[in-house]
Design a protein around this ligand. Structure first.
Ligand code: EPZ
Length: 419
């Protein structure tokens, strides 16, 4: 087993380059199932969620070839089965994209019930509602989802709740359907636009991605044989931005789309940090103890739930009492127990948490309870006095590539140790 050991405190300084977005890549790879050709995907993050996605695609008959650390080719010309490997699909959440893509391409698919970070109830009723609206039959039982359609026909799909996954999944399932599909109350996250751009590059006709109404005119075939580069990871960029503030550091964050980071920039400025916007990079620095602030997580363009724990570290060090209201997930405050072990004073009640700011955090053994909680604990460990040991690294490795090397390059005393 492995743990991360951090000796702090360190003021982070230097430059970091942001990788391709995990949540875009885990949708774009299943989207290649729609394509009767070979796609080259660049800027793919080299993380465990991507490795699992590749194995699932291979299990369906795709041929995958890593050209370099961040570029792969995917050949889905000869798919061999409509049964996805159950153990792998149950391992992470984004395996639900296999359903939309395979329904479109093969008219049938069986997958294990999607797993992923334990953030509370994670229903997929909106995905199923979308598939059924297009004419699919979906059954769920004994941990298996089976979806089948002799023909998919475009329809109107109103999302009862703004859902990233359901929006993308309905896009995937309607691209090759007969006629037009309209998704109303669609999610607007940057990775939705990225998946639509990818599919359009391959011959799809998707309009309005990035707004709350997406129109998909079904096409007969996606030919592929093109190259696409995954959008930079908004959440990884935000993680380093908040690390700069929590450690009173000074970071140049390169290869990001600053427009995607406006809600985070606004909050950083509110707590007393400085952000200089250079279009495709940001300098973030903070010379003072953060000020208190209140946060409510919301779908894009609101403050992202996936940066809530990292922001929680900043607020646990702020001057005054701050509140975070989590409006997306039921259980995204498990990290607060770990921060409290490091001297934070946080009271979490249901979907709200109250942060009575402390001047310092102190190193302690802590457990990463989910992916973003893990990122928050690394930031906390770098800013804290003494030694922090972080356990349960599998969560962190799902979404952040070479995380300790990249923090080390910014001055952190951090290493991964076997035990
Ligand atoms: C995506 O999850 C991300 N994962 C999550 O990132 C992120 O936290 C989340 O969007 C919100 O931004 C991927 O993209 C792989 P949703 P997703 O469907 O698509 C409810 C990370 O750390 N809902 O937008 O699963 C749901 O319970 C991860 O990188 C239904 O009720 O999230 C939640 O309250 C964690 N029925 C809300 O909608 C449904 O059918 C938003 O969920 C679907 C969702």
């Amino acid at each position: 087993m492995e743990k991360i050991v951090i000796k702090g405190p360190t003021r982070l300084t230097g430059e970091v380059t942001i990788n391709g977005a995990k949540n875009a890549a885990v949708a774009i790879l299943p989207a290649t199932l729609l394509i009767d050709g070979v796609c080259t995907i660049e800027n793919v993050p080299n993380i465990s969620d991507i490795n699992i996605t590749c194995k699932i695609l291979e299990g369906l008959g795709a041929k995958i070839n890593w050209i370099d650390k961040h570029t792969i080719t995917v050949d889905c010309r000869n798919l061999t089965t409509t049964k996805a490997p159950l153990d792998l699909t149950s391992k992470f959440r984004a395996s639900y994209y296999i359903i939309g893509a395979m329904l479109s391409r093969m008219g049938e698919i069986e997958v294990g019930m999607p797993g992923g970070c334990k953030l509370g109830a994670r229903p997929i009723d909106q995905h199923i509602k979308g598939f059924e609206a297009l004419g699919a039959e979906v059954t769920v039982g004994k941990g298996i989802i089976h979806a089948k359609a002799s023909k998919l026909i475009g329809n109107s799909v109103y999302m009862d709740i703004v859902s990233v996954g359901a929006t993308i999944n309905v896009m995937l399932s309607s691209v090759l359907a007969e006629g037009t599909t309209v998704i109303d109350n669609a999610a607007k996250e940057p990775h939705i636009v990225d998946v639509a751009n990818f599919l359009n590059t391959m011959g799809a006709d998707i309009r309005g991605a990035g707004t709350d109404m997406i129109k998909i005119n079904g096409v007969k075939k996606l030919e592929g044989n093109a190259t696409y580069s995954v959008v930079p990871d908004q959440i990884e960029a935000g993680t380093f931005m908040l690390a700069a503030v929590a450690t009173k550091g000074d970071l140049l964050i390169k290869n990001c789309i600053t427009k995607h980071l406006e809600s985070i920039t606004a909050k950083i400025v509110e707590v007393g940090g400085e952000v200089e916007d250079y279009g495709d990079s940001l300098r973030v620095y903070c010379n003072q103890r953060p000020k208190k602030a209140n946060i409510k997580t919301l779908p894009y363009p609101g403050f992202p739930t996936d940066l809530q724990p990292q922001m929680g570290v900043v607020l646990s060090l702020a001057n005054g009492t701050s509140t975070i209201n989590e409006s997306i997930w039921e259980s995204r405050f498990q990290y607060t127990d770990e921060l409290n072990k490091m001297g934070a004073k946080i009271t979490a009640q249901g979907k709200s948490a109250f942060f009575e700011g402390v001047e310092k955090l102190y190193g302690a053994p802590v457990y990463s309870t989910d992916l973003r909680a893990g990122a928050a604990l690394i930031i906390a460990g770098v800013s804290a006095e003494g030694t922090t040991e972080i356990f349960n690294l599998e969560h962190i490795d799902r979404g952040y590539e070479d995380i300790e090397a990249r923090f080390r390059a910014l001055g952190a005393n951090i290493e991964r140790v076997k035990f």
